[in-house]
Every structure is written in C-alpha cells, then in structure tokens.
Design a protein around this ligand. Structure first.
Ligand code: ADE
Ligand code: ZN
Length: 335
C-alpha cells in the first residue's frame, strides 16, 4: 500500500451521498430474491454483474429500480442497511447521510413503514455496535409528478423524527427542479432540511433552480456548475457544498476519463466539494475507492485529501458539538 493509499484508508470521513438501494450487492440481491421467491431474469451473480454496463443515467436507473424489486420486508431493508454500515465503518466512515427512494417501494405495494423501520433498526444498531453515526434523507423521484411527491411527504410525517431531510433524485434531464417548488416549500415548513441532485446530466440552470427555488443546503453532484462562473461564485459565497461522486460520474459517462474529473478544479475554486460513492454496488467502489480513483488520476496531495475529508464533516447535518468531535479526530491527519 502506498502512503497515499494508507492516508485515504485511515483518515476519518463522512459520506453524504449514498442511495441505500444502490448499496445492494449482487450476492445479497440473489439471496433476497430467493428468500422472497422472486424470479430473476439473470441466472447468476456474474451474469447480473455483466449487465452493469451503463451508457448514461437512465440506463443505470432502469437496472437499479429492477434490482430494488427484491426488497420486500423490514428484514430485507435491515440487512441491506446493515451490510452498507459495516462496509462504510471498515473504511473509516464515522458518519453517513443515507438517501432512500420510498416511491420505488410504495409503488410496488410495500408499506412506507416497512422501509423506514427496517433502515432505522440498522442505523440504531450501527450507532451502538459500530459507533457509526447517521442521518436519513428521503428522496422524491423527479420522473414522477409533484402530486406524487406530496403524497409521499404526507406518509413521512409519522416518521419525522427518523428523517432529517428531503432530496430529489432519478432522471434529471427534462425534470427541472422548478417542478417540485411547492413540495419542497411544504417540506421546509414541516422542518425538513433540503438537498437535491442537480448538474449531474442537467445544465447549470438546474443548479440555479435548486438554489433559488428549492433553497437547498447542499447540491448532489453539481458537476455542471463549473460551466457557469457566476454560479461558481454564488456557490462559494453562499458556502453551498457539493456531494461529488467520481466513480458514478465515470460509469454513467458524466466524465469520459477520471483524468477529466472536475473535483480538483472545484477545490481550487474554493467550492466545498466532498467525495461520495452514490451507488457503490453498481459503480465498483465505496467511498475509499472513490478517493483512491481521484487521488491517482488527478495527483491529489495529502492536503487535498485532508480538505475533502474535512469538507465532508463541515457539509454534514450533524450538530456543531458532534462536528467538533469529528474534526478533533481529523486533526492528527492535517497535512
Ligand atoms: N438515484 C440513484 N443514483 C442516482 C444518481 N446518480 N442520479 C440520480 N438519481 C439517482
Ligand atoms: Zn445520487
């Protein structure tokens, strides 16, 4: 292991952009299909993995929603979340903010409570047994209507104490953030924090919209912000963090090669960029593999890596007391 690899592996970090359904490894997918007596169109784990060959966001989402179909019971959501927490903690992730897509489950007849209770049970146990802290963020699917999002928000109310915020994900092109202005306003009134995917495949204009119409605290991806200097200045001035996902960007052809990845440029421009895995079971790596990929391709220094790790705690939704505790642990890694 090189000294950079050792540094990446051991530095404490937070993960702020991971879809729990995207952590479903093929092995667990097959196990759950068998447990729930679901016929898969793939004969083996190897055959399924071969299908993970994406040419854009939509080609990934089609397979991702299909995979999520094996999740049926509270125990399934628990097992899924527990497996992710163990993996994340083994990579020195001390805090994680997890997305889930309730509409991809309720649309199949699964109760909202089944999903949240299963995830929450694992998060509570993770806090006690793994010493990993966590927050849960619900995402509205943007290819569906705002009315559907309102229905989902209503289902969330009894679980308010377990969910810190709402986000926006799924097919970006053709589904501008403005479509969800009212439901985000209502979510804010209910006390939820807000984030949104923007500028992954969509234009800088969508990033402006999530800032100005959805009033988000963070932007998920945000790559295309760099095409608009005024927007970059706005993000820097308002200290709006970006949750960047390098391996996802490569697999979904948001960048053609890792050498072209904008994360170093983001740091140079003073943006609060963070490194995240998005859908690690589909994109070939958890958070440390994402750090390693950009460190190698962009010759990141230890100072850059330290900055990215520090940004991850600064950009998180933890209390300032908890933040101080994590930053204290980070201090001995300061380059
Ligand atoms: N849902 C899961 N992963 C996603 C991504 N990268 N972009 C939009 N929606 C998603
Ligand atoms: Zn995402």
């Amino acid at each position: 292991m090189t000294s950079t690899e050792k540094f990446i592996t051991s530095i404490p970090k937070a993960e702020l952009h991971v879809h729990i359904e995207g952590t479903l490894e093929p092995e667990l997918l097959f196990k759950l299909a068998e447990r729930n007596q679901i016929m898969l169109k793939y004969q083996s784990v190897e055959e399924l993995r071969k299908a993970y060959n994406f040419h854009n966001l939509q080609s990934f989402l089609d397979i991702y929603y299909e995979g999520a179909g094996v999740l049926q019971t509270e125990a399934d959501f628990y097992d899924l979340t527990w497996a992710y927490l163990e993996k994340a903690r083994s990579q020195n992730v001390l805090h994680t903010e997890i997305f889930f897509d309730p509409q991809s489950h309720t649309s199949r007849g699964i109760n909202f409570g089944t999903v949240v209770n299963g995830i929450k049970k694992a998060l509570d146990e993770g806090r006690q047994k793994l010493d990993i802290s966590s927050n849960l963020i619900l995402c509205f699917l943007r290819h569906l209507s705002e009315e559907e999002a309102f229905k989902t928000l209503k289902q969330t109310i009894p679980y308010k104490d377990s969910i810190i915020g709402v986000g926006l994900d799924s097919s970006e092109k053709g589904h501008p953030p403005s479509k969800f202005k009212n439901v985000f306003e209502e979510a804010k009134k209910e006390g939820f924090l807000t984030v949104a995917h923007a500028g992954e495949e969509g234009p800088a204009e969508y990033v402006w919209e999530v800032l100005n119409l959805l009033d988000v605290s963070r932007i998920d991806h945000g790559n295309n912000s760099l095409t608009d200097e005024k927007l970059v200045t706005e993000l820097v001035t308002r200290k709006i963090p970006l949750t960047v996902c390098p391996l996802s960007n490569l697999k979904l052809k948001v960048v053609t090669q890792m050498k072209d990845h904008p994360i170093k440029k983001m740091l140079e421009k003073g943006l609060i960029a963070t490194v995240n895995s998005d859908d690690p079971a589909y994109f070939g790596g958890y958070v440390n593999e994402n750090f390693l990929a950009v460190a190698q391709s962009l010759q990141l220094t230890k100072k850059d890596i330290y900055q990215l790790a520090k940004n991850s705690f600064d950009a998180s939704f933890i209390s300032s007391a908890e933040k101080q505790n994590f930053l204290y642990k980070l201090r001995k890694f300061e380059a």
